[in-house]
Design a protein around this ligand. Structure first.
Ligand SMILES: [Fe+2]
Length: 436
């Protein structure tokens, strides 16, 4: 098969198919629910997982590859030591994890696998480490794979070399410990391009939600990753492709994040809030991971690529605009409004949306989240700098895989409108996205 030079979701014919069939029709035709088969949570979760692994790996399979970044190598060493002393399991650490995992680092990990032949791969860290582990796993299993042409419903028969993939999050937001999505930077493309790989078989087999790993997260990271989790749950809930199971997860996650994120952000020693946010991010991961990220993710990915804004901050900045834009064609925002404390009884749709956005902005202000791109501190983006890249930002967004599942048709021009409005996130302009 000739090698594809663009990802499947960037092709015009695929976009047209999704738009014409609508996500509703796709849902009725095809819906798979994926999540780890075992999730260990709570203070004993790490011990539970090590005990389990001791029985899970046979005598001739006791080789584990631990994928972690250099800053968190100590966690990898601690787990490696416990595996060795408690269960006589050997391990090796791959610590060359970089943000927006470039393909060349993934291939270094694959080379290590070819020599070491691990039977279990454990990713420890934020999204980049867990995504790197997923991508090493895929490329090791199938060296000739062309990831641009595989989509969720491609079945590759992975796990012929590696028995299982495990994920231990150290931030509370990406949901990567439960999703079948991984993002890497395809350095074979010129210029290098972020590529999303969506494949059921890369959903981790085991997730370990060990609260100690999120207790030391700085408040700013708790804010950014917590907003990522909120964007996952809220953003995917309004997509028409969402279904009963994802609704259950997304609504619960929104409720938990609204309750626990303020405490988690304000005080890193609030162990209860940190543990609850870890679970909320996981639940949001199960929710959005089985639907899609919302279109705030398309815009957020693009802002991140152009201005190096933290992923969670970037997607959070477009949350209001993306909900307002889609609410024109769906009533899904009404349930969200109720969770945000809006009394919807007898009110017009626009009044409900206005209150929802108002309450959401009050929540953001309370946790110290910038209301618009103009308020962003890291980095500061001037209006002139933003306007200069608005066109390319809209174009990147239109080619993002999340565009396929928007409840309201979205192309480059509406993305440009949303992006422009998000600079200030002024209420009247947000409402204009709903009316027009
Ligand atoms: Fe995200």
């Amino acid at each position: 098969m000739p090698k594809e030079d663009v990802a499947w979701y960037e092709k015009p014919e695929v976009k047209n198919l999704f738009i014409k069939a609508s996500s509703n029709a796709m849902r009725g035709y095809h819906c798979v629910i994926a999540a780890p088969k075992l999730t260990f949570a709570g203070t004993n979760s790490l011990t539970d997982f090590i005990n389990f692994t001791g029985m899970y790996l046979n005598e001739d399979e006791r080789r584990v590859l631990i994928v972690v970044d250099k800053d968190l190598r100590k966690y990898g060493e601690m787990i490696g030591e416990r595996l060795a002393t408690l269960k006589q399991i050997d391990s090796k650490i791959f610590d060359n994890v970089l943000p927006d995992p470039p393909k060349f680092t993934i291939m270094e990990g694959v080379k290590l696998c070819e020599e070491y032949k691990p039977k279990l791969i454990i990713g420890i860290g934020g999204g980049s480490a867990i995504d790197t582990a997923k991508m090493i796993f895929v490329h090791y299993e199938q060296p000739n794979i062309d990831l641009n042409s595989v989509m969720a419903a491609s079945y590759l028969g992975l796990r012929k070399k590696v028995k299982a993939l495990a994920a231990m999050p150290t931030t509370s937001g990406t949901g990567s410990e439960t999703t079948f999505i991984a993002v890497m930077t395809d350095t074979d493309r010129d210029p290098p391009r972020k590529t999303a790989v969506v494949l059921y078989e890369i959903c981790p087999d085991f997730a370990i939600l060990y609260p100690d790993f999120v207790k030391t997260m700085p408040e700013s990271l708790a804010l950014g990753t917590g907003m990522d989790a909120l964007a996952h749950a809220r953003g995917s809930y309004v997509l028409t492709m969402s279904h009963d199971f994802s609704d259950m997860c997304n609504l619960k996650a929104v409720e938990m994040i609204l309750k626990w994120l303020p405490r988690s952000v304000k005080n890193k020693n609030d162990a209860e809030a940190r543990e609850k946010m870890q679970m909320a991010a996981f639940i949001a991961g199960v929710g959005f991971g089985n639907v899609s990220g919302g279109i705030e993710h398309g815009l957020g990915h693009s802002l991140g690529a152009l201005f190096h804004v933290h992923h969670g901050m970037a997607v959070g900045l477009y949350l209001c605009a993306s909900i307002a834009y889609q609410s024109k064609v769906t009533n899904r925002f009404i349930q969200l409004a109720k969770i945000l404390g809006v009394d919807t009884e007898g009110k017009q749709r626009d009044a409900i949306l206005r209150e929802l956005l108002g309450n959401l902005q009050a929540f953001l202000k309370n946790i110290g989240f910038p209301l618009g791109i103009k308020d962003l501190k890291v980095p500061v983006i001037t209006k002139a700098e933003y306007m200069e890249k608005l066109d390319i930002l809209a174009e990147f967004s239109a080619n993002d895989f999340t565009s396929l599942s928007s409840s309201r048709r979205v192309t480059k021009d509406p993305y440009k409108r949303m992006a422009l409005i998000a600079y200030e996130n002024n209420m009247e302009e947000l409402m204009d996205l709903f009316y027009n």
